[in-house]
Design a protein around this ligand. Structure first.
Ligand SMILES: *Cc1c(COP(=O)(O)O)cnc(C)c1O
Length: 689
């Protein structure tokens, strides 16, 4: 399909118009034409930027607002830093003036756009809750107020009361186009995304531009303009122009987006450099006094700088280029709240994100859960704990596995809590001579880590070690996921009884057990709420069952991870022809094989291909064929017309009406989902949906 990324290309044009405003290309040729170009036509540029912003934010239901604000604020800060030398050269600002510049006026003449769009987006989103018509009416009202302080100042300044109000506005921001009055209307007009036919849009744009031209020259003639950013006809003109662009827009041009931003950001520096350079080269006449020469020099240099900077940009391969895991963070948060609702009041979820979040990516998982209120995390080892802290995860991070005593300084530096594996481990940590936060592991029958629950002598000796800051006592259940098995259920009851008896003994002997925790996923799903401070949820948080899917489905948990891979190419085989290592696949009829770019080095069990493994392509189920390779596998797509290189195949997850669950894949390979998922390799990129 042909693409015509009109919206993105128009950004480039708009950026050039902004350069016009600041260079006045025709000023030495014809002041009248220059007025029209820079004070009328070019006044469509910034409203256009606002409209595309509103258009895209509203199309996503304003869900990306947070990210947009963050990104824009960072860009603004970078721009402020870039122009700091010019500010300082110009004498700098006082503290109050800095605040006013940063939040309303911008710290250089072109930077007002950033505070305006930040404030504007917040306002527009708030207004949009009133419904589209009321929001537009409110923003239109604000715009009219703004007009009074801009092109219609001559009309308003005569009215005594009004003039005083406007003067109050001007003490806050230099122009009414800054701040509240200008940006919300264009953002909301963009959000509305009106679309008329091409002809109607073109006619409307031409007529309203003519009207705006008349309005501009009239107001200039009357001497009413305090500034010239806002006209009555401007919103109308923008709606038609935008409708025209939307009509013809197809596809996107990210490079044009980046370049337009760079042109916007860089050109004031280039103006300074061209002036300085022209003086040094004695070319002032050509490059400064001659307005066209000046404009061309500024534009060419800005463009060169923008292209150079853009070429230096670090380029990463698209994560969905080959094989990738897709994370559904909504499902993750949903699972978190489902599990939390099964706990006793006062008992909090401790999210187990060991083994890179069971193969989901610990960073993304922990950060998302932290945002939804989870304050405790568990990992397997020191390095995983440090990685979480580096990713900005706060709260409790418990290391469930062994950490050698010589790492105590790192435990302390990163405020990590260490599980004490047994008395000897506790003594060794204590002997390092520095206080360290720990939770005591109690062995209630799994016989893996922990002090035997009945060994009260060891418990009291551990409480005597002054460097162990014991914040909790926990145990682990080993058969809690088999509730229908009577003897397993009895074993679990025995483990619980031993655990609470040990905790009781500690209390009775004046030792504070701190936070108790014993349930993992199986315990949360199959036991009644426990009198504990935490429950450690691993596999259930990811929306799958360890063995079968029944528990997860019954509890209303949703799978978080999908695994997908690209089709590399499609082969045609005649009956009798064979394919792959060992020629393990033999075609019995005319067969089409798709080669997927994923293999056992990506963490898939090699036996899956020959144990009935299948994938989804175009919403249909296709069997794997032959032996899985290290980096590829073959799929029989004979029954699915239209499969082509570049298509995305689903190995775990949903495609159309079909789903392959991780439990099914694990069962085919004789393992559990925990193993299957946690082995997904680093080569499988991560995509957050
Ligand atoms: C892995 C682990 C968990 C989490 O188990 P799930 O069954 O995945 O919920 C909890 N506690 C300990 C000690 C663990 O090792």
């Amino acid at each position: 399909m042909r693409t015509r990324p009109a919206l993105d290309r128009a950004r480039l044009l708009a950026a050039v118009l902004v350069v016009c405003i600041h260079t006045g290309p025709l000023s030495s040729v014809s002041p009248g034409w220059d007025f029209w170009l820079t004070r009328v036509l070019a006044r469509t540029a910034v409203p256009f930027f606002l409209m595309v912003t509103g258009y895209f934010l509203a199309r996503g239901g304003w869900k990306d607002t947070q990210r947009f604000l963050k990104k824009t604020a960072l860009t603004y800060l970078a721009a402020v830093a870039l122009y700091l030398p010019l500010n300082l050269y110009g004498g700098g600002f006082g503290p109050l003036e800095w605040v006013k510049k940063l939040f309303l006026d911008g710290t250089l003449y072109h930077l007002w756009y950033f505070p305006a769009v930040l404030l504007g987006v917040l306002t527009a989103r708030a207004l949009s809750r009133l419904g589209p018509a009321a929001a537009l009416a409110a923003a239109g009202g604000l715009y009219l107020i703004g007009l009074g302080g801009d092109s219609y100042w001559g009309l308003v300044s005569g009215l005594p009361g009004a003039a005083a109000c406007y003067e109050a506005i001007f003490t806050l921001s230099s122009y009414t186009r800054n701040g509240l009055f200008y940006a919300p209307l264009f953002l909301l007009l963009g959000a509305a995304g009106h679309r008329w036919s091409k002809r109607a849009s073109l006619a409307g744009a031409a007529l309203s531009l003519a009207a705006m031209t008349g309005e501009g020259f009239l107001l200039r003639g009357l001497g009413w303009q305090r500034h010239d950013s806002m006209y009555l006809a401007l919103p109308l003109c923008m709606v038609f122009l935008f409708s025209l662009l939307l009509r013809v827009n197809r596809g996107e041009d990210r490079r044009a987006r980046r370049l337009s931003l760079l042109i916007y950001l860089l050109h004031p520096w280039v103006i300074v450099l061209v002036r300085g350079g022209a003086k040094a080269l004695k070319l002032t006449e050509l490059l400064v006094v001659n307005s066209l020469g000046h404009f061309c020099a500024v534009l060419a240099l800005t463009l060169a700088a923008a292209l150079a900077l853009d070429a230096l940009r670090p380029i990463r391969p698209s994560p969905a280029a080959r094989a990738w895991r897709e994370l559904d963070l909504d499902a993750l948060r949903h699972n978190g709240s489902v599990l939390q609702s099964r706990l006793s009041p006062g008992c909090e979820l401790m999210a187990v994100v060991k083994a890179d979040g069971y193969g989901h990516g610990a960073r993304a998982v922990a950060r998302s859960l932290q945002r939804s209120g989870v304050r405790a995390f568990a990992v397997a080892c020191l390095a995983e704990g440090i990685a979480l802290r580096r990713a900005g995860v706060g709260g409790l991070i418990l290391i469930l596995g062994y950490t050698p005593p010589e790492e105590v300084p790192l435990l302390r530096r990163w405020r990590l809590t260490q599980a004490v594996a047994d008395e000897e481990h506790g003594a060794a940590l204590n002997a390092e001579g520095k206080p360290v936060r720990v939770h005591l592991a109690i062995d209630t029958g799994m016989r893996r880590l922990g002090v035997p629950a009945e060994d009260t002598a060891a418990l009291s000796r551990l409480y005597g070690m002054k460097n162990l800051k014991i914040g909790g006592v926990f145990s682990h259940l080993c058969v809690s996921d088999q509730p229908e098995d009577r003897s397993a259920a009895d074993y679990t009851q025995g483990q619980l009884a031993r655990f609470y008896r040990a905790a009781e003994w500690l209390r009775a002997n004046g030792f504070d057990p701190g936070a108790l925790h014993i349930q993992a996923s199986g315990g949360i799903l199959h036991l009644p709420p426990q009198p504990c401070a935490y429950a450690r949820a691993g596999i259930a948080l990811y929306g799958v069952g360890s063995g079968g899917a029944a528990d997860a489905v019954e509890a209303g948990l949703r799978p978080v991870l999908s695994l997908r891979a690209r089709v590399a190419c499609v082969r045609q085989l005649r009956p009798g022809e064979a394919a792959g290592y060992g020629l393990a696949f033999r075609a019995e009829r005319d067969t089409r094989l798709a080669v997927l770019s994923i293999g056992y080095a990506d963490g898939l069990p090699r036996e899956l291909a020959q144990n009935g493994g299948r994938v989804l392509l175009h919403g249909r189920s296709c069997p794997m064929a032959g032996r899985m390779c290290m980096d590829q596998l073959l799929v029989d797509v004979t029954g699915v017309p239209g499969v082509r290189a570049g298509d995305a195949a689903t190995l775990i997850g949903r495609d159309g009406g079909l789903t392959i669950r991780a439990e099914e894949v694990a069962r085919r390979c004789g393992t559990i989902t925990n193993e299957l998922l946690s082995r997904l390799g680093h080569r499988v990129a991560q995509v957050v949906r």
